[in-house]
Ligand binder design. Sequence first.
Ligand SMILES: NC(=O)c1ccc[n+]([C@@H]2O[C@H](COP(=O)([O-])OP(=O)(O)OC[C@H]3O[C@@H](n4cnc5c(N)ncnc54)[C@H](O)[C@@H]3O)[C@@H](O)[C@H]2O)c1
Length: 215
Amino acid sequence: MTTTRGNRLEGKVAIVTGAGATGSGDFVGIGQAISLLFTRQGAKVLLVDRDEKNAEITLAQIKEEGGDATVFVGDVTNIDSCQEMAEAAVSTYGKLNVLVNNVGISGPGSVTDVEEDFWDTVMDVNLKSVMLTSKFAIPEMIKDGGGSIVNLSSIVGCGPAAAAPATRTRPLRAGSWVLATPWPSTTGATTSGSTASHPATSTAPWSPATPPTNC
Ligand SMILES: NC(=O)c1ccc[n+]([C@@H]2O[C@H](COP(=O)([O-])OP(=O)(O)OC[C@H]3O[C@@H](n4cnc5c(N)ncnc54)[C@H](O)[C@@H]3O)[C@@H](O)[C@H]2O)c1
């Protein structure tokens, strides 16, 4: 298989959350794929994952290809981890330009089935984490003249079907828009949302001028 290389992210430093490999064989996780693609395009990537073993697999692939990445073990729902990952990107690579909020979870069931504890966990992992990672990443991006934040949602957050999964992903789409609103005009930092579909990945970015009404 041919590996496409380029320089679209040359000189850029990125954090990718959930960058670890979870599958086997030909299966490639979305955060793993983003990290590989970023390094193939010249970026230096902080591979954030709460599972060190998963992150080390992605790191080994990147190193084998001659790319530059570093593992950071941390949980995106923990405020100290989120502060430390931004600091780690800057102390390791000197700056921060891109944040990919890839970590996200879901589960089956309707509102009448879902357990309260699981609901709270999903909201922490899918929505609160984006606030926490962005809180510490944005000031570092501003120091370098701006940056980009990409938040991964799901196709189930787009349509009327699958009510319970949709309520777990749609808040991220709304939250991303709110997050994006104050930044572009003043700082150059931009936020966009990507809708990961199954099994492939399609994207539906938005900006403050384009609210997340479509997929
Ligand atoms: N895989 C799909 O079919 C699919 C479909 C729709 C949307 N998505 C979205 O795409 C994104 C990636 O999905 P995936 O299936 O590739 O991920 P995944 O389940 O394979 O997880 C990737 C990595 O995230 C890490 N992780 C999980 N929780 C974490 C936390 N709290 N802190 C730090 N690391 C954590 C895991 O250890 C794992 O290594 C998610 O936001 C998901 O909702 C995926």
